[in-house]
Design a binder for this molecule. Structure first.
Ligand code: 5AD
Ligand code: SF4
Length: 434
């Protein structure tokens, strides 16, 4: 058998794409390995969402050039968003690459490998897809408990900062029957949790009129016996319908956790971002969610230093962050992406000011996350046990329904089970009993 080593950057969708490619490669006789030294094929699955992600991958490609010089027969390819974004530029920057495979062309990986094995190099395969995505059951996961399930590809929105729609294309939802079948087969293979993935899962089905919508899909998945937990990411505030809120509240397997990127807490900035909702609308969704599910955990994404963001705009964001009290937030400095409208806008904020705003935001949010977690002290939480705690001998790690990392003492045979834990301690990063 030949061996493949995949290095994955970026979001959960990219990690799920890597699992799909691992499955495709297995059919070509490649087993996956964690040891790069024994790999015959090294694949770098890249992200373009911020400049930082691209520079990290470029750095890695530089290191891989050295490996390739040592071992001329090593096949080296780049795939994913940056492959689509930089196209032939990548072959110029990294001439040692055998192929560059765009994010909409991943299904063609087996043919590309064939060509390279026959002696081709510097292959460029980007642009719109020519083949349907491989079936969901192709994916080869190395975890046995929790699975990612991609339910849609692409995105029909046009947020002015975001490069993703131009790379991954417009929304394409998968057939709900295939998704349900895959979830059933995961349960048969003793998986207990699925996380439905899409750039905007709430828009699921909008491109398949007359068929199942997102709330309908949740209902069908909820009916699968043996599937303990259903999660999904990412949601878009403008597409959260009352039906989706009801599904979250009423379906027992759907966990009370929602990742709902707000991006900014000023209507002026939300308009410039072309997000399609106001702060007031966002607050209304939060209030409805909390009315129906007082224990729900709401997490978010926020960009600091978007072009045109005044000190006043930024202070509104901080005020909204405090008012809502998110359970957690992924916070980013605005990164101008070539080709997006925001990169061309007037009022670009200097790097130093973006960084300073980001630091202020992180400081406040970390305090809030800690307070939220401390609020759980004394409560009992249902925890799905993931494994041993590598930092604390004798302790296990798991996740609550609200997706909080939890640690507690216990025997290893609890791994894979759902247990009730009384919370006695909490930090910004973890809750549990220790
Ligand atoms: N600059 C900074 N952050 C960005 N994101 C997307 N594009 C950019 C950008 N150009 C953030 C958003 C999104 C998350 C995945 O990444 O907050 O929700
Ligand atoms: Fe980008 Fe907006 Fe689509 Fe998310 S929903 S991928 S932020 S365009």
């Amino acid at each position: 058998m030949k061996r493949v080593h995949i290095i994955t950057y970026g979001c959960q969708m990219n990690k799920s794409d890597s699992e799909m490619m691992t499955g495709l490669l297995k059919q070509k006789g490649y087993l996956s390995t964690t040891d790069i030294e024994e790999a015959d094929l090294v694949l770098v699955n890249t992200c373009s969402v911020r400049e930082h992600a691209e520079s990290r991958a470029l750095g890695r490609l530089g290191e891989l050039a050295r490996l390739k010089r040592k071992r001329a027969d090593l096949i080296l390819g780049v795939c994913g968003c940056m492959a689509e974004h930089q196209k032939d530029q990548l072959l110029k920057k990294a001439p040692h690459l055998d192929f560059v495979l765009g994010v909409r062309r991943l299904a063609e990986l087996p043919e590309i490998i064939d060509s390279v094995e026959k002696g081709s190099s510097s292959i460029l395969c980007t642009g719109p897809d020519r083949k349907s995505p491989p079936p969901l059951h192709i994916s080869l996961r190395n975890t046995g408990l929790k699975a990612w399930l991609p339910i849609s590809l692409g995105c029909n929105n046009s947020c002015t900062y975001c490069i993703v729609p131009s790379l991954r294309g417009s929304l394409k939802s998968r057939d709900s029957r295939e998704i349900v079948k895959e979830a059933e087969s995961l349960v048969k293979n003793s998986y207990r949790e699925v996380t439905l993935l899409g750039q905007n899962v709430n828009a699921y089905g909008q491109d398949r009129p007359g068929e199942t919508d997102f709330a309908g899909l949740l209902e069908q998945l909820n009916a699968i016996p043996g599937l303990s937990r259903i999660r999904f990411a990412t949601s878009h505030p403008k597409d959260i319908s009352p039906r989706i809120i009801e599904a979250l509240a009423d379906l027992p397997r759907v966990c009370e956790a929602l990742h709902l990127p707000i991006q900014a807490g000023s209507n002026n900035i939300l308009t410039r971002m072309r997000r399609g909702y106001t702060v007031e609308h966002y607050l209304e969704i939060v209030s409805q969610l909390r009315k129906k599910m007082p224990s729900i955990a709401i997490t978010t994404d926020i960009i600091a230093g978007f072009p045109g963001e005044t000190e006043e705009d930024f202070e509104s964001t901080l005020a909204v962050v405090k008012e809502i009290g998110f359970d957690g937030a992924f916070t980013f400095k605005f990164s101008p992406r070539p080709g997006t409208p925001a990169a061309e806008m007037t009022g670009q904020i200097p790097e130093q000011a973006r960084k300073e705003r980001l630091d202020r935001l992180i400081e406040i949010q970390n305090r809030i996350t800690k307070q939220k977690n401390e609020g759980l002290i004394g409560s009992e939480q249902e925890v799905l046990v993931d494994g041993k705690n590598p930092k604390k001998p004798g302790f296990l790690l798991g996740r609550t329904r609200t997706d909080k990392t939890t640690t507690f003492a216990g025997p290893e045979d609890l791994i894979g089970q759902i247990v009730k834990i009384k919370i006695t301690k909490a930090t910004t990063w973890c809750i549990g009993d220790w």
